[in-house]
Design a protein around this ligand. Sequence first.
Ligand SMILES: [Zn+2]
Ligand SMILES: [Zn+2]
Length: 249
Amino acid sequence: MGADASPLPERAGDHWTNQWLPARCALCTDPCMRVVCAPCEGALVRVPEESCPRCKLPSSNAEVCGRCLRYPPRWDRLATTFMYEFPLDRLVVRAKHGRYWGVFEWAAAITHEDFSFASSTLIPVPPSPERLLERGYDQAALFSKALGRRFSSRVDESAIIRIRETGTQATRNWVDRRKNVKHAFAATRSLAGEAVVLVDDVLTTGATLNECARAAIDAGASSVNACVIARVNPPRARSRIQKFNRAVA
Ligand SMILES: [Zn+2]
Ligand SMILES: [Zn+2]
């Protein structure tokens, strides 16, 4: 996610700060009534059509992939539209800093309903206090609310909280991320019988999401699914992929 040194035009921010139309595409600045114009949206890298329902990485016949069979994540299904690649990555980083709030509405509007959102409780992955302090916006909560509006789902922002300070995940390797967040979350109420959807902006290793899923299951959730705007493509080298698998296990 890193530095915000993208070529995205500042002008695109007018879409959300200026009441005057015409609005502009957040990526190419062409006049556009949507956050991202249709040509730009069409050019973004999507998750493959034939992908694993649990991790959304390529899988023949859209069956559960070998990685997820060997190291099953604690959530059942993952709903996501995009791979976390340029230029979407820049857009998400800017949305995090509050300049493109409309990104969350736009992402919710094109989220494919891989499972029933309407009958689920949407729970955002809690931000780390240092992150919240640093940028002042909770992107997982903003995306949860946008999904809640679209699917008329219940959103419970405080159902899962961080019970241990973990520091940033960004500078840690794939294995350390898993250790860093282990048992770092807990439910604040019983989730007995509830279908839970955990919501975050980006899935990197899945370590944080997996620990939140653990907390939801411990609180009695009847099912746990997950939804993110985009997922990171794991490193290719075999050893790194094995580490990634262990990290999400
Ligand atoms: Zn555009
Ligand atoms: Zn998978």
